[in-house]
Each structure stands twice: as structure tokens, then as C-alpha cells.
Design a protein around this ligand. Structure first.
Ligand code: DX5
Ligand code: ZN
Length: 215
């Protein structure tokens, strides 16, 4: 499967965000990973709608919006209006409203991704596996950039890819958290094809870092 790099702007210098997005656009990355945190589902608060709406006209990159918020269904329409191309939300946050949330996102003409935290088993994804455009396996506890990759994630990625194969699906598998040039080949080999990277992209030269991650 083709590898897609999705730089996470959580690690960007927000005082020159537009400039840094232009650098990403010139690189081999196709997605822009946009982390929205509410201070409830995760301890931290990042940024929200006005930031996404203001960068939308500046770039053609695919907006990969990662919602780390409670009750994601309340906000999906607003995020689509702000320019999201895909909305990924957490199974742990949507609970019984997971299927309805995916349908709502699709009804808005947007792609829907479903994410699980490190402690949630892959089997929990099963009821939604045919409905989902992308599965996001969190490889750190969501909430902060710059954390260390949780080694046990490799087996979860492998299990997810196996599960998709059992269903005859070629769904994208995204990984997010602690991905570096040192472990990117491991997650790819395990079955991930959409690679989120924050620190590994924005620390140093953005274009060179993306080239290295693409391998
Ligand atoms: C963490 C976020 C990630 C974060 C990744 O909760 O979802 O997208 O920005 O940052 P790095 O690549 O630095 O671990
Ligand atoms: Zn993220």
C-alpha cells in the first residue's frame, strides 16, 4: 500500500504556521494532521475551528482532523464546514453513538476515521470495520506531542491489518504518536500506511524530515 505522511501541526511554530504549511505542501506529504483537544477527553487543550478555517484557503493538503473530544457528534458538522476532508474521532469518546457519528460524517460528504487509545483492544473496532474509511491506532496516550512510541502498538497494528484482511478490506491504517525515522519502517512493515508525525517533521528541516519518513 502507498505510504502517506500526515504532519501533525501540533508540533508547528504557530507564529509562522502559514509558512510551515507551505513547506509541507512543497514536500512529499499529502495530508495535514490537525489535533483538536478539549481538555476533557484528554488533559490538554490545543486549538479549534478558527485555526482550521483560517488555514483552509491557504493549502490544498488533505485535512486529516483528529478529534480528541467528548461527544464528537456535536461538532462534526462545524468541522466539515471549517474544511475537514476526514474526521477521525475516538471510539472511547463516542461509545454507543459510534455508528451514528460515522453516518453523520459521511452524510456531510466527509471521510470518517475511527481511533482507539493504547488500552482499547483492536476487537472493539469490529462492529464498525466496514463503515470506517480509516482506522487510527494511537501509538501513545493521546494528549501531547513528543512522547515515546509504545512498543506494544506494533502488535496492535499487525492485528488491525489482519482483521481488515479477514473482512477483505483495504482500509487505511494510521499511526499517531512517537513516530520517528528510527521506527517508521517497523510500523509500515506491521501494516500502517498513513503515518502521523509531529516532532519528527517539525524539528529541523521539514522537507528533509518528510523525505526520510517516506524512506
Ligand atoms: C497526540 C497527537 C499527535 C501528536 C503526535 O495526542 O494526537 O498527533 O501531535 O506528535 P509526535 O509525532 O511528536 O508524537
Ligand atoms: Zn493526532
Amino acid at each position: 500500500m502507498k505510504t502517506i505522511i500526515s504532519p501533525s501541526i501540533l508540533a508547528a511554530d504557530f507564529s509562522i504556521l502559514g509558512q510551515q504549511i507551505q513547506e509541507i505542501e512543497k514536500s512529499g506529504a499529502e495530508y495535514l494532521h490537525i489535533d483538536v483537544m478539549d481538555g476533557v477527553f484528554v488533559p490538554s487543550i490545543s486549538f479549534g475551528m478558527p485555526v482550521i478555517a483560517s488555514i483552509r484557503p491557504k493549502t490544498a493538503l488533505f485535512f486529516d482532523v483528529h478529534l480528541m473530544i467528548v461527544e464528537p457528534i456535536r461538532y462534526v458538522e462545524t468541522f466539515v464546514k471549517c474544511g475537514a476532508d476526514m474526521i477521525t474521532f475516538h471510539l472511547e469518546a463516542a461509545g454507543e453513538r459510534t455508528a451514528e457519528t460515522i453516518d453523520r460524517i459521511h452524510g456531510l460528504g466527509c471521510k470518517a476515521g475511527l481511533s482507539i487509545k493504547p488500552d482499547t483492544p483492536v476487537a472493539a473496532l469490529k462492529p464498525y470495520i466496514r463503515q470506517t474509511d480509516m482506522i487510527l491506532i494511537m501509538t501513545v496516550e493521546p494528549g501531547f506531542g513528543g512522547q515515546k512510541y509504545i512498543e506494544a502498538s506494533t502488535e496492535k497494528i499487525r492485528e488491525t491489518r489482519r482483521l481488515l484482511e479477514e473482512y477483505g478490506l483495504q482500509t487505511d491504517v494510521q499511526v499517531d504518536g512517537g513516530i520517528t525515522t528510527g521506527n517508521v519502517s517497523i510500523v509500515k512493515e506491521a501494516g500502517a500506511n498513513v503515518i502521523v508525525a509531529g516532532s519528527a517533521v517539525f524539528r529541523g528541516n521539514i522537507g528533509e524530515n518528510i523525505d526520510k519518513l517516506l524512506g
